[in-house]
Design a protein around this ligand. Sequence first.
Ligand SMILES: Nc1nc2c([nH]c(=O)n2[C@H]2C[C@H](O)[C@@H](COP(=O)(O)OP(=O)(O)OP(=O)(O)O)O2)c(=O)[nH]1
Length: 133
Amino acid sequence: MAVVAAALRRCDGLWLMYKRPEGKQHGGLWEFPGGKVEQHENPRSALIREIDEELGLVIDEATLAPSGFAESAVTSAAPQIVISLYTASRWTGSPVCHEGGEYGWFTPREIEMLEKPPLDVVLAHQLFAELQN
Ligand SMILES: Nc1nc2c([nH]c(=O)n2[C@H]2C[C@H](O)[C@@H](COP(=O)(O)OP(=O)(O)OP(=O)(O)O)O2)c(=O)[nH]1
């Protein structure tokens, strides 16, 4: 299953993380916001839809920059998840959690400490290691 996620960077250098609503898979954990790519969509249009639905932010496709990739193990128990991460530093609007959950703005060091779903741990490592180089 293809999943897309956004690393939203504010001009003061803080990054947005989304806390998934309790009761959902990975409820209460902090992730890079995003969701599943539907059949008729490409990854960027899916991400723009998800960020609008989840947080009410409007992002221009052209400003998204690919910045990470993670995949779950292949097993017979569940479909494999493949997540593509895109960075954005421009959008329109202020975040509002339309689907429950909450959001916060964090430094990379704070994000390392947040409790995250397994693939978001990988994405955070990749993103912040790349930025330090
Ligand atoms: N971000 C993230 N998602 C993961 C991980 N592992 C894993 O199975 N997923 C799954 C959970 C969801 O099925 C999907 C992310 O899509 P989503 O955010 O739209 O999920 P959701 O439960 O809100 O969607 P829905 O079924 O309610 O439509 O990826 C992980 O480590 N990080």
